[in-house]
Write a protein that binds this ligand. Structure first.
Ligand code: PEP
Ligand code: MG
Length: 625
């Protein structure tokens, strides 16, 4: 399945009018909800509210003589679940690639986890209850415990547990619940939460998108949505309370916005935006693969961000000139076990082959904070974003780090690869990480394994300490990649995953802009490459500003590539520089935003027609990432 063709959906399949087919007391009223954007694309459709009704499995006692029978029934249900998951994995692999499909191997792994399954067996034996009751009690209690954890990493595993519970119960009761079988075309599924199995089983000819009350950017359901190209917004909190079955809805998966019962004006705006994208999509291909130059002939390189290798073909179709950020931690997040050196190598080799000579920037694993391995979710931290995450974790897990580096180095013999370290905060960390790379190089040399001896080593600049010390760091790396997603959160002390402070998360805050500008300047002074791979680079207004600040390489998500290249072709560097100079004269994000909004539309009006930002924006801030 080609995610490119799935990213944006025409509203032609479903005729949505602002008037809502509702009861006599219902007055349609537009409601705009802000959630977390997890999978891009805009759709207009009709709501199907998926009930969260858990199965009611009462406490059912069995005679002591029947305990063995219950244990055998459990074993049979577990075996059938394992076999079924093997099939689901195979099917998923064909539609979304092996790495994302490993979500289902993760579920298989849970079936073999003694700490989950052992207590089910123990409860059947000690309390003489039915297998169904023991499964729903034990897994239900685990889900509740995880849901109460303050840590998002735990909460993101709740729907995996619920998914597994539902699968085992289906095999025990023989009753498959499938509310989604008969949804009409043009459906947008609304649910309190969704499991990865529900997401992959959507009939893609009928289900256009989904949105949920719960969920996070790195949950397995979000991974499945992105891999399938289904637009999705999660973490909308009150959505199921407000959503009316069969009423109209807009899902803006680019900005994490859900609009219930949109008014005529908003519908028209979004219809125009969808049409514009469709038109643009038709013309993508002609000039998409050509480099982008400004009107005064300055080249700006546009690369893409990926989580899985199979995203590369659509990234290239959109005009991506390579991969500027490969988030390799997704190899860990989708899988039940730690990837081996060969797992890493296979993924990198696939990237190099698909890129066919185009550059690939591999970021070493960025685990921790909201991206945990299964094992690490068992040891929660009080402040995970300030905790043992990212390069800090790698430097405490040297065998794991070396495994990845060996695979990257081996792959570097096959094509142009660069490596960068995330979250570098101190020079000691950087030096330690480089030392380990050189250790691994020596090992490979001794073993006679080929690799690129001139492999370029870079770092992400995503904490203020790194930006402030950019001059020092620039002497020790080959390139910088500015990670605004984290840089914003650490500069402004705003958790990027917390929707309650989403309005304060603003890339246009002058403090953030100064750190970005100073990093670019330091890189230029020291003649090293500098790019930006945060989501902010895909925002047309901000992109103009960044080019004006001296940036010549941007790495953005695939759908943002083609519009960005068109934008670059429609402006001159002189205009961007003037825009940047003026933007730096303001002392508040509100002023910067107002100025940019006005100027950008005057410089390149064609890039901003269609959807109006203000109409649907519920808060002053931009999207949390
Ligand atoms: C960033 O922080 O800007 C970034 C690109 O990395 P991630 O979003 O994976 O933290
Ligand atoms: Mg980051």
């Amino acid at each position: 399945m080609d995610p490119k063709t799935l990213s944006y959906h025409s509203d032609s399949q479903v005729e949505v009018k602002p008037a809502v087919p509702a009861g006599p007391e219902h007055t349609p009223r537009m409601e705009v909800l802000k959630g977390i954007a997890v999978s891009q694309g805009i759709v207009i459709g009709r709501i199907f509210v998926l009930d969260a009704d858990a199965r009611h499995i009462g406490r059912h006692h069995v005679h002591r003589d029947a305990v063995d029978t219950e244990l055998s029934r459990l074993d049979l249900a577990l075996r059938k679940s394992r076999e079924e998951l093997a099939t689901v994995f195979k099917d998923a692999e064909t539609v979304m690639g092996v790495d994302a499909a490993k979500v289902f191997l993760f579920h298989q792994g849970m079936l073999g986890d003694k700490s989950l399954i052992g207590p089910i067996r123990a409860m059947i034996s000690s309390e003489c209850v039915s297998a169904e009751h023991a499964v729903s009690r034990v897994l239900g209690e685990w889900s509740e415990r995880f849901a109460r954890m303050p840590d998002t990493a735990f909460r993101s595993k709740v729907n995996d547990l619920e998914d597994l519970q539902e699968r085992i119960l289906t095999h025990l009761t023989g009753e498959r619940r499938c509310q989604l079988a008969q949804v009409p075309q043009g459906t947008v599924v609304i649910a309190r939460d969704l499991t990865p199995t529900q997401a992959i089983s959507f009939d893609r000819s009928r289900v256009l998108a989904f949105a949920t009350d719960l969920g996070g950017k790195t949950s397995h359901t979000a991974i499945v949505a992105r891999a399938l190209g289904i637009p999705a917004v999660v973490g909308c909190q009150t959505l199921t309370r407000l959503a009316m079955d069969a009423s109209s809805i807009i899902i803006d998966g680019d900005r994490g916005v859900v609009i219930l019962e949109p008014n005529e004006e908003t519908l028209d705006d979004y219809k125009a935006a969808i049409k514009k994208r469709q038109r643009a999509r038709v013309t993508v291909g002609e000039d998409a693969r050509l480099p982008a130059y400004t009107l005064d002939k300055v080249p700006v390189q546009v690369l893409g961000n990926i989580e899985f290798p199979q995203e590369i073909p659509s990234l290239l179709d959109e005009g991506g000139e390579g991969v500027g950020l490969y988030r390799t931690e997704f190899l860990y997040l989708a899988s039940a076990k730690e990837p081996t050196e060969d797992d890493h190598f296979a993924a990198y080799e696939r990237c190099v082959t698909l890129l066919d000579g185009k550059p690939l920037v591999i970021r070493t694993v960025d685990l921790g904070a909201d991206k945990y391995t299964q094992e690490r979710t068992e040891v929660p931290e009080r402040n995970p974003f300030l905790g043992l995450r990212s390069i800090r974790y790698c430097l405490r897990s040297i065998p794991m780090f070396k495994t990845q580096l060996r695979a990257i180095l081996r792959a570097s013999a096959l094509g142009p690869i660069k490596v960068m370290f995330p979250l570098i905060t101190t020079t000691n960390e950087l030096r330690h990480a480089k030392l380990i790379v050189h250790d691994v190089m020596e090992d490979l040399e001794e073993e006679g394994i080929p690799f690129d001896r001139n492999l370029k080593l870079g770092m992400m600049v995503e904490v203020p300490a790194a930006a402030l010390m950019a001059d020092t760091f620039a002497r020790e790396v080959d390139f910088f990649s500015i990670g605004t997603n984290d840089l914003i959160q650490y500069t402004l002390a705003v958790d990027r995953t917390n929707e309650r402070v989403a309005g304060m998360y603003n890339p246009l805050n002058p403090a953030v802009l100064r750190l970005v500008r100073d990093t670019i300047r330091a890189a230029r002074r020291h003649e090293i490459d500098v790019s930006l791979c945060g989501e902010a680079g895909g925002d047309p207004e901000i992109a103009l500003l960044l080019i004006g600040m001296g940036l010549r390489t941007l790495s953005v998500s695939a759908p943002a590539i083609a519009p960005l290249k068109r934008l670059i072709r429609g402006v001159s560097l002189t205009q961007c520089e003037r825009l940047a100079r003026k933007a730096f004269s303001f002392d508040s994000d509100v002023q910067v935003a107002a100025y940019l909004r006005d100027r950008a539309r005057k410089i390149v009006p064609e890039a901003f027609d269609g959807r109006s930002v203000d109409d649907a924006d519920p808060g002053s801030g931009r999207d949390p990432i």
